[in-house]
Design a protein around this ligand. Structure first.
Ligand code: GLU
Ligand code: MG
Length: 682
């Protein structure tokens, strides 16, 4: 989450009054940006990854782990480090031998005062060698971050801190119930003190007229009380009007209850951003990557604990969604619409609801029938020359109010700027983001893939980054088609939350990803796709159309026949006589390009991790953590994850991270196998 300008932030009632102005100016800025950049061409696909870390302080004497609110100190120490400021320095210790000369990684603040974000110092390029340098760069980022911390502080890539919200879980410790968050569990000091963050939290709360509400079903283990009433909730607080929330039923039975933005935006993820060659390619990538969002969320699942309890879900997504849900009771449909304009089906943080590619394969039936659009602003975009599809996308984002407004920005519109546009755009946290070029910068149209959970090790993070990059290459190279109706992706996002969804659930996915071509052009007949069985062809009447990228014809049958429910294993590894599988598609792509054997083998190690995750040979982080807790001698089978278990978990996490080293996934695999064996022995 980026930092916007600093200034005097308006409280909610004043911000609300200025909302229309910000939206109108935002649309003007967007039109200017779009007009200038619509013809912008960039030579090559560039990409970048973002890693978010928790910083913990580990007390070996007390055997206790706390979150360390040291973000500012670490960033200050990093900024002072002159070596880091130097450009074009060769990255040392490159264990892969990749010849990557470039800027050192950069570090950024994030929502939590216990969080850090790190990106490569310059974007990765199209070359395969860059894919091999990612893991080392991630390791380097971790090493650099660690070197700028105290001896007992560590950057950890777990999505959430298992004890966030419990007493004595922060260093330094502050009392909860501050004026911004009004949380009964966490203090305001938990958030980055930059005015944007407490204002975001406070104005989201004010807009919805109560605190945010996160209820995660508790994992019912053999000794978990049933019904389960969250024992940490205090019903007897009377400091803020919002303390009534719990007395009015905010905390639900059989759930772990949380009440602040920090419980969501304090989570860590792995995001990948692509710069497309041009707007057209960007729009294609946005659409084609969208159905992969929930699949990759389930495959990277790493979030089984909240506020000291094992929960019955595996991923962070819905918690963040609720943690920034600013919808009013009217917008939520709990009250008749009187003051607000729309019922809004999704939070600002949610799976995306639009497709935007000008692609004849994009059928109207794929669009979200519940899409809410700001029609007045859409008309302005269309009048300004923007096509209907893209105008609809942005006018959908612009149904939201700007949450943080700086009074200085309201004085006069900078028509060449992007601050008002970004105000709305950057607080629409959808699982895909379509990013216009920033004015004045030598940057093209970008697409951000945002659903993945951060992984414990850099090897895993690199593997998922590499996989997503390669699948985008395969999409563009083979003109693949992953379209499913958007509500199916929304549904898949829910499915991804289910415990062990990777192994147990099925997801809607398109059966036939190949473009319809004349037989001579069919990629199925090319030697590079040997071994991939031909997917069933689409039945029904056909409507010949002009396709994209050499596609000569698109056959349309009944939409429902285009997709079916598949396991993640089938989607990733392929199904017999069915979907070819994303990994086989990537491999076919690698077969089709000129790539040396050594590079190919190194890439294969990453693909192997994805393959094994999908077929269950390797566990998700979520499953591993859950089993770690359940096998711990101090765990009493009652869903409670105590101090000693958390301490040992962090020891184990650090150990995996260390031992993994060059051995790649071996440690992880052995651990996984060992745990599974233990499971069988029990
Ligand atoms: N940390 C958030 C997540 O886990 C994303 C924040 C951002 O957009 O950088 O999804
Ligand atoms: Mg971030």
């Amino acid at each position: 989450m980026g930092l916007l300008a600093l200034g005097t932030a308006l409280d909610w009632p004043d911000a609300k009054k200025a909302a229309n102005q910000v939206r109108e100016w935002g649309i003007e800025q967007l039109l200017t940006i779009w007009r200038k950049a619509r013809v912008k061409e960039r030579d090559a696909l560039l990409w970048g990854d973002e890693i978010e870390y928790l910083v913990v302080a580990i007390d070996d004497e007390q055997k206790k782990v706390r979150l360390s609110l040291c973000q500012a100190d670490v960033l200050k120490a990093l900024a002072k480090d002159e070596a880091l400021a130097e450009k074009d320095i060769t990255v040392p210790d490159l264990q892969n031998g990749a010849d990557h000369t470039g800027a050192l990684p950069t570090f950024h603040p994030e929502f939590g005062r216990f969080m850090l974000e790190a990106t490569p110092g310059k974007p990765w390029g199209i070359g395969f060698k860059d894919l091999l340098a990612v893991e080392d760069d991630m390791k380097l980022r971790r090493d650099i971050a660690k070197k700028h911390m105290d001896a007992d502080q560590f950057p950890i890539t777990l999505t959430t801190f298992p004890h966030l919200g419990l007493p004595d879980s922060l260093r330094p410790e502050y009392p909860p119930s501050g004026p911004a968050l009004r949380s009964q569990f966490v203090p305001d000091e938990i958030a980055n003190p930059h005015i944007r963050f407490p204002t975001l939290a406070a104005n989201i709360r004010s807009r919805r007229e109560r605190k945010v509400e996160l209820n995660v079903p508790v994992f019912k283990d053999k000794n978990t009380p049933s019904p389960f009433n969250d024992p940490i909730v205090n019903y007897d607080l009377h400091k803020w009007p919002e303390d009534d929330d719990v007395r009015n039923g905010a905390a639900k039975q059989d759930c772990v209850y949380m009440d602040a933005m920090a419980f969501g935006m304090g989570s860590c993820c792995l995001q990948i951003t692509f710069q497309a060659k041009n707007i057209r390619e960007g729009r294609t990538l946005y659409d084609q990557l969208s159905p992969l969002g929930p699949i990759m969320l389930a495959l990277t699942a790493a979030t089984p604990i909240y506020k000291g309890f094992l929960v019955d879900t595996d991923v962070r997504w819905n918690q963040i969604s609720r943690a920034v849900d600013d919808r009013t009771a009217e917008e939520l449909g709990e009250k008749p619409l009187v003051n607000d304009r729309w019922r809004i089906p999704k939070s600002r943080y949610a799976s995306n609801s639009t497709y935007i590619a000008q692609d004849p394969r994009l059928r109207p039936e794929y669009m979200d029938p519940n899409l809410i659009v700001n029609e007045e602003l859409k008309a302005k975009l269309v009048d300004g020359g923007m096509d209907d599809l893209l105008a609809t996308h942005f006018a959908h984002l612009f149904i939201r109010d700007p949450i943080v407004i700086f009074s200085e920005d309201l004085k006069e519109l900078d028509p060449e700027g992007s601050n008002h546009f970004e105000n709305i755009q950057s607080t629409n946290w959808q699982h895909m983001r379509f990013k216009p070029p920033p004015p004045g910068a030598d940057i093209g149209w970008r697409v951000e893939f945002r659903s993945m959970e951060i992984q414990i090790t850099d090897f895993e993070n690199a593997a998922f980054a590499v996989f997503i990059v390669l699948i985008t290459r395969a999409i563009l190279s083979f003109d693949l088609n992953f379209y499913v109706p958007i509500p199916r992706t929304t549904e898949n996002m829910e499915t991804a939350h289910i415990r062990d969804a990777v192994m147990k659930e099925k997801f809607w996915f398109r059966k036939d990803p190949f473009p319809k071509r004349t037989p001579r052009q069919s990629p199925l007949q090319s030697p590079m796709l040997n071994g991939i069985s031909e997917p069933p062809s689409l039945g029904g009447t056909s409507t010949p159309r002009n396709g994209t990228n050499g596609t000569s014809e698109t056959c349309f049958g009944p939409v429902e026949e285009e997709y079916t429910q598949m396991s993640i294993d089938e989607i990733i590894n392929g199904a017999q006589d069915g979907f070819p599988g994303l990994i086989p598609l990537v491999e076919s792509y690698l077969d089709s390009v000129n790539i040396d054997v050594d590079t190919r083998c190194r890439l294969a190690v990453y693909l192997d991790l994805i393959r094994k995750r999908a077929d269950g040979r390797l566990w998700t982080g979520s499953k591993w953590i859950r089993e770690f807790v359940r096998k711990h001698p101090e765990y009493k089978g009652d869903s409670v994850v105590n101090d000693k278990v958390v301490y040992d978990l962090f020891e184990a996490v650090r150990e995996i991270e260390k031992t993994e080293g060059r051995k790649k996934q071996r440690g992880w695999e052995m651990l996984s196998a060992r745990e599974r064996q233990k499971g069988l022995d029990d």
